[in-house]
Design a protein around this ligand. Structure first.
Ligand SMILES: [Zn+2]
Length: 292
């Protein structure tokens, strides 16, 4: 597995930073969901962001989920990561094709359209933390930057990119998140802003053979960069037949009885990984005994 995230700090602890290479997991998502190039790019950017945000979580069972709902033809995206940066996700309309506005650049914002982004963090509290913003560009990185500023009051610089090859496979994917801690001095903020103006697209850096370590060095090399951790990341779904059973038991008893009498079976499908689960009439009857 070649996908990983580098966690780092800089500026004596005033800056925290993440950079990731995610080509394989985006490729896996593309193969799982048969996404068109623009859908692969949108889903890949979201998965890359979620992987880095997952690696920020502290508890073993913590989860972060990012959702976009938009008026564009893609309609929506849902991705989620656990604290081990294992991500899963899907788009509502995987086969969207729209013309590019600029040559060589997939029109992700056109596919998403106007809408909103939600971030839900389940960190073991009674209620999960949830924040929601109106999309500012639909390019995802800008939207997430705006989310951090608005909902968490964390000034951030975020880059996310997916390069789709001519044969629609994933050529490059990756991203970075740089965040300022409240104690960051003004002079450092100004110097960092100036530095970030000069940064090329993340996909160009990856195409040039730059690793996440190189990218952080390029961005933060002048700010006493300290690499802290290298975290593997992958496309992974934790669905099991038992989990699907629980979902079946939790539907209304009448619904379950209807499935038994009319369909005599149930076929369910996991949105995140496209896995199919089949239940026979016998199995459903057994489940009905446990239903409320
Ligand atoms: Zn699944």
């Amino acid at each position: 597995m070649n996908d990983y995230i580098i966690r780092a700090m800089a500026g004596g602890g005033s800056i925290r930073a993440f950079a990731a290479t995610t080509r394989e997991l985006v490729q896996q998502a593309r193969q799982t969901h048969h996404t068109s190039p623009v859908a692969s790019a949108a889903l890949g950017r979201m998965l890359t962001a979620a992987a880095m945000m997952g690696s920020m979580l502290k508890g073993d069972k913590d989860l972060v989920t990012l959702q976009i709902r938009g008026l564009g033809p893609l309609k929506g995206i849902v991705v989620s990561s656990d604290s081990k940066a294992r991500v899963k996700g899907y788009v509502f309309q995987p086969n969207v094709e729209i013309p590019s506005k600029y040559p060589g650049k997939l029109d992700v914002s056109g596919a998403i359209g106007e809408g909103y982004m939600s971030v839900i963090k389940d960190i073991g509290l009674k209620e999960p933390y949830a924040g929601r913003i109106q999309l500012v560009s639909g390019e995802i990185a800008e939207d997430l930057t705006y989310y951090y500023a608005q909902s968490e009051q964390i000034p951030s610089a975020i880059g996310l990119g997916v390069l789709v090859d001519r044969d629609t496979s994933i050529k490059q994917a990756g991203g970075f998140i740089i965040q300022l801690m409240p104690d960051a001095p003004e002079s450092m903020i100004a110097a960092l802003e100036e530095k970030l103006q000069t940064v090329p697209y993340i996909t160009n850096l990856l195409e040039d053979g730059k690793s996440p370590e190189d990218i952080l060095e390029l961005l933060l090399g002048d700010f006493e960069l300290k690499i802290l951790d290298k975290i593997p990341t992958e496309f992974y779904c934790n669905c099991t037949k038992e989990r699907v059973e629980k979902a079946l038991i939790s539907i209304r008893k009448e619904e379950l009885e209807k499935l038994i009498h009319e369909d005599k079976k149930a076929d369910l499908h996991c949105h995140f990984c496209s896995k199919e689960y089949h239940f026979t009439e016998m199995e459903l009857k057994e489940l009905l005994k446990n239903a409320k």
